[in-house]
Design a protein around this ligand. Structure first.
Ligand SMILES: [Cu+2]
Length: 182
């Protein structure tokens, strides 16, 4: 009841196209829940879903790894972004459809690109990844936008992310604050 209300109010701000895509994604995956990242589920709920997802997957058909993850340091209430590489080692295409984090109730998949000489960014309903494909989430491209983190994100800290895929797979990833290459 309460969850429904939260979903509704956050959905009203989105475009019709986005709603349509979300609807299609919902239909295509029984394990996908529409507004997860807007609701503070206890960790145990996620773990239960993770087990369900794994038991319904055929061995390595879906097998996606996260590599080199990091997020920008920032203060509570300011924006941050997380970056990583996704590599599909499986034999089936899949799509990243949603991300949640313990650092913020509002975490979005974004794409930055140049438009008439100006860098803009746009929320993405999903990011598809083909077998053997590697997709870089990096400054100036795809990134995970952390809207108003509820805590300071200091260099060396780590925060948790859950990456939801269309196959039902959920990756539980701990991400370090600060670029390890800088
Ligand atoms: Cu962004």
């Amino acid at each position: 009841m309460n969850n429904q209300a939260i979903c509704f109010s956050s959905a009203s701000a989105r475009t019709k196209l986005y709603l349509l895509l979300m609807l299609l994604i919902s239909i295509s995956s029984a394990l996908m829940i529409g507004c997860n990242n807007k609701v503070d589920y206890p960790k145990s709920v996620f773990q239960k879903k993770n087990t369900l997802a794994n038991s319904s997957m055929a061995s390595t058909k879906w097998n996606i790894h996260v590599d080199g993850a990091w997020a920008r340091p920032t203060k509570a209430g300011m924006m941050s972004a997380a970056y990583f590489k996704l590599k599909n080692y499986g034999s089936a295409p899949d799509s990243l459809i949603q991300v949640s984090s313990n650092a913020s109730k509002d975490v979005q998949i974004h794409l930055s690109y140049m438009n008439d000489g100006i860098m803009v960014m746009e929320e993405q309903p999903f990011v598809a990844i083909q077998p053997t494909e590697q997709i870089s989430f990096e400054p100036g491209g795809y990134h995970i936008m952390i809207i108003q983190p509820t805590m300071d994100l200091n260099e060396g800290d780590s925060i948790s992310f859950l990456l939801y895929f269309n196959s039902g797979m959920i990756i539980d990833e701990t991400i370090q604050i600060g670029n390890p290459k800088l």
